[in-house]
Design a binder for this molecule. Structure first.
Ligand SMILES: C[S@@+](CC[C@H](N)C(=O)[O-])C[C@H]1O[C@@H](n2cnc3c(N)ncnc32)[C@H](O)[C@@H]1O
Length: 283
C-alpha cells in the first residue's frame, strides 16, 4: 500500500476512535470533547505517521547506500592489495585484472600463491585470459609446468594466444578452441566444452581452474558443473580444483553437489571479491 494512503488510513482510524470516544464521553459526562477536536487529532496523527514513515524510509535508504559503499570500498582495497601482491610476477605490460571477465587481482594473487606453493606440472584451465598469462609467466620463471586452457570462443582463444606470444611465454601455455556442445553429465544435459584429445590424454592433472563457460551460455542453471565429473578421473592425487566466482548462487549449488557426489573431496572458501573455492582430496 502506498505510504501516503497508509498514513491517511491510520489517521482516519484514529479519527473514528476519537469520535467514538467523544460520543461516549458526551453520553456519560458533560465532557467538552467534540468532533472538531477528534478531526484535528486525526489529521495530526496522519501527518505524524506520514512524517515518521518518510523518515524511516530515508534512514533505510541511507543504510543500504552506506552498506553498498562500504562493500565497494572493501572490494577496491582487496583488489589493490591483490595488485600489490602480484608485483613479483611483473608482466612486460599491464594486464587487465578485475576487468569484469578476468580474475580479480585478489583471486589472481591467491592463484599465484597456490601455484608457487604446489608447483603443479599440468594445469587445465576452463576459460582463458589473464589467468593463463599469469601462470605461463610463473612457469617460465620456475622452469616447469604447463597450462592447457580451453576456450569456447575462438576469437578470445586467439586473443589469449597473441598475448602469450607478446609476453614471451607461449611455450608455457596452450590455448585450445573448445566449442560448447550439448552433453549429458549424470541426469542432466549441459552446453559444455568439447574437450580436445590432447587434454583428454593428460594423465595427471595437478591443478584444474574452473572459470568458464560464462553462465549466460548454459540454461542448465549450473553451467560449470561438468568440470569435476569430466576431469575427476584424470586428477592427480594431490590435485587442486580452483573455482572462481564461488560466491554466486549457481557455483554454491554446484559445489554443494560436487561435495555430495564426491565424498573423498573437501574444500575451503577464500574470501576474495568473487569468492574462490579450493577443492582437494581428503588427506
Ligand atoms: C570468466 S572468463 C575467463 C577469464 C580468465 N580466466 C581470466 O582470468 O581472464 C570466461 C570466458 O569469457 C570470455 N571472455 C573473457 N574475457 C572476455 C572479455 N573481456 N570480453 C568478452 N569475453 C570474454 C572467454 O571466452 C572466457 O573463456
Amino acid at each position: 500500500m502506498p505510504p501516503l494512503l497508509r498514513s491517511l488510513l491510520i489517521g482516519l482510524t484514529a479519527g473514528i476512535v476519537l469520535a467514538l470516544l467523544a460520543m461516549a464521553a458526551r453520553a456519560f459526562t458533560s465532557s467538552p470533547f467534540d468532533m472538531q477536536l477528534a478531526l484535528a487529532l486525526a489529521i495530526l496523527v496522519a501527518l505524524m505517521h506520514w512524517w515518521k514513515s518518510g523518515l524511516a524510509r530515508r534512514i533505510d535508504e541511507f543504510q543500504t547506500e552506506s552498506r553498498k559503499g562500504l562493500q565497494h570500498l572493501g572490494e577496491q582495497m582487496a583488489e589493490a592489495q591483490g595488485l600489490a601482491q602480484l608485483v613479483p610476477y611483473e608482466h612486460p605490460y599491464p594486464l587487465p585484472f578485475g576487468g569484469g571477465w578476468a580474475l580479480t587481482a585478489d583471486a589472481a594473487a591467491l592463484l599465484a600463491r597456490e601455484v608457487a606453493l604446489n608447483r603443479p606440472r599440468v594445469v587445465v584451465e576452463l576459460g582463458s585470459g589473464v589467468s593463463t598469462l599469469l601462470m605461463a609467466r610463473m612457469f617460465k620463471e620456475m622452469g616447469t609446468g604447463k597450462v592447457y586452457s580451453l576456450d569456447h570462443d575462438a576469437g578470445w582463444a586467439e586473443h589469449t594466444r597473441r598475448h602469450l606470444v607478446a609476453s614471451g611465454v607461449a611455450k608455457w601455455a596452450e590455448v585450445f578452441d573448445a566449442p560448447l556442445a550439448r552433453q549429458r553429465f549424470g541426469d542432466k544435459e549441459y552446453d559444455w566444452y568439447t574437450v580436445p584429445d590432447a587434454v583428454r590424454r593428460l594423465e595427471q592433472i595437478d591443478f584444474l581452474i574452473v572459470d568458464g563457460p560464462p553462465a549466460a551460455l548454459d540454461p542448465s542453471g549450473m553451467p560449470r558443473y561438468p568440470a569435476l565429473p569430466a576431469f575427476a578421473a584424470q586428477l592427480s592425487p594431490q590435485a587442486i580444483v580452483y573455482v572462481d566466482d564461488a560466491k554466486r548462487p549457481q557455483e554454491q549449488a554446484m559445489l554443494e553437489r560436487w561435495l555430495e557426489e564426491n565424498p573423498g573431496f573437501e574444500g575451503r572458501m577464500h574470501d576474495t571479491v568473487p569468492g574462490t573455492y579450493l577443492l582437494r582430496r581428503k588427506a
